[in-house]
Ligand binder design. Structure first.
Ligand SMILES: [Zn+2]
Length: 94
């Protein structure tokens, strides 16, 4: 009988073949949900999705795209925000 904490679906199950040839069930932690754009809700590309303790070990540049609002907004929403900001600057100056 498996340990009580493994009886719920909190853990992902994967079948692993051991060196002895038998098939055993491994209980792995589930990945967190996919990161989404905070403006339009589209799933973000280039953002690592994994177990936090492993993602934490990666460098900052490996975790999200290297651009303004990288990892927060998608590229098209970022473009809109920047255009809107420069418009406001032009109005203030003129
Ligand atoms: Zn977006």
């Amino acid at each position: 009988m498996v340990a009580p904490r493994f009886r719920s679906r909190r853990f992902r199950r994967s079948n692993v073949r051991t060196p002895g040839g038998s098939l055993v069930v491994h209980y792995d932690r589930r990945k967190p949900g996919r990161p989404q754009c905070s403006d339009c809700g589209e799933y973000l590309k280039g953002v690592v999705r994994g177990i936090p303790s492993i993602v934490r070990k990666l460098s900052k540049t490996q975790k999200r795209p290297e651009r303004p609002y990288g990892g927060t907004l998608c590229s098209s929403c970022m473009r809109k925000v920047i255009i809107e900001k420069t418009r406001k600057l032009v109005v203030q100056d003129g």
